[in-house]
Design a protein around this ligand. Structure first.
Ligand SMILES: C[S@@+](CC[C@H](N)C(=O)[O-])C[C@H]1O[C@@H](n2cnc3c(N)ncnc32)[C@H](O)[C@@H]1O
Length: 274
């Protein structure tokens, strides 16, 4: 499939799925390879034929939506974010939870892929911060649309490449070696759960309200402005006042997000107006 053809197809099709082409520009080849496989599976010889398939069988849009899911993640992705979480944000949010009389610091990891982000939080808490807040537990709910990724998240078994950004102090002793992989120790897994949910329509409200929501490299890269605003509304309704929303290092909230204020000291962190 020629890059130019695939690009033209995506530029036309993505808006129908409320996705933004600009977010896919860098990762388009991955999506085009999947599209190529889909065409072969359907016995179609061109993207024009696939376009007709979409019009004749509208349920195919859901398949296309799933082909457009970018699933890359790793532990401690964007080191500066986790360093800021450990040094400032989590202690501050833990103190906020204590003032509210909460038993747990509650976090929602949106688009959690294979669990790398929720487990990174759990490692920080169990190995470093938890002892400073002995009366407080950590509860993390990781949500994703991809059932296979969630299955991997629950297994908590990773290749070394997924752990390359994790600082040695947190890595040492936290994993058991299983074949060539690393399995997170069972006692470090408490407080984390995974659910299959579509953030465009759902939120794990029964686990909130949250002090912290991490939504990185998903909504504010791939979703269109309309869906971004809907998702933000959902976040605002599930965060505690002064709760924090962390987005990806290359992401920004839409400028009309009046309920969220950028944290003046932490890039990519927004606070819900109190
Ligand atoms: C690029 S990964 C980002 C993973 C992680 N947040 C990070 O920054 O490392 C995006 C994840 O979002 C998931 N995803 C895509 N669309 C979703 C949706 N509508 N609702 C929930 N998860 C979604 C994908 O399956 C994928 O695991």
């Amino acid at each position: 499939m020629r890059d130019a053809h695939c690009t033209a197809f995506l530029q036309k099709a993505l808006p129908r799925l409320h996705l933004r082409w600009e977010g896919f520009r860098r990762v388009r080849r991955q999506v085009c390879r999947r599209l190529d496989r889909r065409l072969r599976a359907l016995g179609l010889d061109s993207l024009d034929a696939y376009q007709e398939q979409l019009e004749r069988h509208p349920e195919e849009w859901e398949v296309l939506d799933s082909l457009c899911r970018v699933t890359i993640s790793r532990f401690w992705r964007d080191r500066a974010v986790f360093e800021a979480l450990g040094a400032r944000l989590l202690p501050e949010l833990a103190a906020l939870a204590q003032v509210r009389g909460d038993a747990d610091l509650r976090a929602w990891s949106v688009g959690c892929a294979s669990g790398e982000e929720p487990w990174s939080l759990a490692l920080l808490w169990h190995l470093e911060l938890g002892t400073r807040f002995p009366k407080l537990g950590l509860r993390v709910v990781g949500t994703d649309l991809d059932a296979q990724l969630l299955e991997r998240a629950s297994q908590a078994v990773y290749p070394g490449s997924s752990l390359r950004e994790l600082p040695a102090r947190l890595r040492a002793g936290a994993f058991e070696i299983a074949d060539d992989n690393h399995r997170l120790r069972a006692d470090l897994r408490s407080g984390v759960e995974f659910r299959r949910e579509d953030v465009r329509r759902q939120a794990p409200v029964d686990r909130g309200p949250f002090q912290l929501i991490l939504c990185r490299n998903l909504a504010f890269t791939y979703f269109d402005a309309h869906v971004q605003r809907e998702v933000l509304e959902r976040f605002a309704n599930t965060l505690v006042p002064r709760g924090a929303l962390v987005v990806g290092t290359h992401e920004r909230l839409p400028c009309d997000a009046p309920r969220f204020e950028p944290d003046p000291d932490l890039r990519g962190v927004y606070r819900l107006s109190g």
